[in-house]
Ligand binder design. Structure first.
Ligand code: BGC
Length: 385
């Protein structure tokens, strides 16, 4: 299948890297032309071949750092592409506001009333979601072309300079996002950023997952664990109220593996506001160590995904705004709740909530964040611990 795609795309450059560090199966990256932007810029697609025993494979673009596909095996060894997306660049350009697989910046999720105050100065950012600014504005990182570099260890480094004032945000912000498929069956994403003026930053990746395979129906049958005792409830505009209530006794309690759909239709005000889950959970952690945030098990297939992050929060979104009008890869229809997102992040609207962990970045400081999506196979039913 992959070979066919490559033949269709055309000549590919193969770069073999990491032969010394990973003697068993060197991580490899292949590069090919994916398409052209309206201004003529060439967009590349990179295929990362994982060196772990699950043989993960990811295709990632230098347009918005989009994870276009991520293939992982089921218990029988059958590979499936577990992320939503499109087959061609024009489709990505025509459907930007699903944010399929894209890097989100400068600010993931919402900023209330599309403004914030920093050092006594009020900054206005694009109002693109009711009264709020969502995912960095109309022309956030999800629409930007990154500079790309294949790393000697088989990783892919993407860099973008967001100029002072872009989408209303202060400071020249240089952001670097690095993707690796590790020998531990992980897609590892490292984010870094520096600025020359005080600013705010909150980067994430907006992949939509379905562990049965993209376009294989609802995800309500997946089991989810979120390592969080508290969450950030929202007002009717999906802006955090500022409270951090406990999840115990609510449909937001995912502290042990629970089917995503088991409580999603409950008569709960928060679920009604969002049309399902579209909330930030406060991860159980102190400091910014890399810790387990989430575990998801797909039904039947045995595909299991864990999310680890250095971030304090995670947005769990059940694709409530997918409505079946978008056709994705292979012409498959992406219906409501046919995918879930687990977006690691600082809390939404933090610039307007001094009590939330700060998203301020100052000159001389380095923003650093790491998220790992680790794949494994769940024990067969009946053999669960
Ligand atoms: C937000 C949703 C939004 C979705 C993309 C998520 O990160 O929380 O409210 O609809 O992104 O459209």
């Amino acid at each position: 299948m992959q070979g066919a795609i490559w033949r269709a795309i055309g000549a590919a450059i193969v770069i073999v890297a990491g032969a010394i560090a990973q003697p068993a199966a060197p991580a490899t990256v292949t590069q090919a032309v994916f398409g052209k932007m309206p201004d003529g810029a060439t967009i590349h697609i990179y295929t990362l071949h994982g060196s772990g025993n699950l043989h993960l494979q990811a295709r990632i673009m230098d347009y918005a750092g989009i994870v276009m596909s991520l293939e992982a095996p089921d218990r029988a060894g059958k590979m499936a592409d577990v992320v939503l997306g499109f087959d061609t660049l024009p489709e990505y350009l025509a459907n930007p506001t699903q944010y399929f697989g894209a890097i989100i910046g400068r600010y993931a999720n919402r900023i209330a009333n599309a403004r914030f105050t920093l050092d006594g100065v009020e900054y206005k950012v694009p109002r693109n979601n009711g009264e709020a600014s969502l995912h960095g504005g109309d022309n956030g990182f999800f629409k930007r072309v990154f500079k790309s570099r294949v790393l000697p260890d088989g990783g892919l480094e993407l860099t973008y300079l967001s100029k002072d004032g872009e989408e209303g945000y202060p400071g020249n912000l240089t952001a670097t996002v690095t993707y690796h498929l590790t020998d531990a069956n992980e897609l590892k994403i490292d984010y870094a950023a520096t600025t020359d003026k005080d600013t705010v930053v909150n980067l994430t990746n907006h992949s939509y997952f379905n562990l049965k395979g993209a376009g294989s129906g609802e995800i309500l049958d997946h089991d989810l664990m979120l390592n969080a005792d508290r969450y950030t409830p929202v007002d009717k505009n999906l802006i955090p109220t500022g409270q951090l209530p406990g999840v115990a006794g609510t449909p937001f309690d995912f502290r042990s593996l629970t089917p995503i759909g088991s409580r999603i239709e409950q008569n709960n005000e928060q679920l009604k506001i969002a049309g399902g889950y579209d909330h930030n959970w406060v991860l159980n952690k102190s400091g910014n160590a890399l810790t387990l945030a989430a575990r998801v098990e797909g039904p039947v297939s045995g595909r299991l995904m864990e999310v680890y992050t250095t971030e304090p929060g995670i947005q769990f979104y059940t694709g409530n705004f997918l409505d079946g009008t978008v056709k994705g890869k292979g012409g498959k229809v992406y219906a409501r709740r046919s995918a879930f997102c687990l977006e690691t992040q600082h809390f939404p609207d933090s610039p307007n909530h001094p009590a939330f962990p700060s998203t301020v970045l100052k000159p001389g400081q380095r923003y650093q964040s790491e998220t790992v999506y680790r794949f494994a196979l769940a024990p067969p039913p009946g053999r669960k611990q």
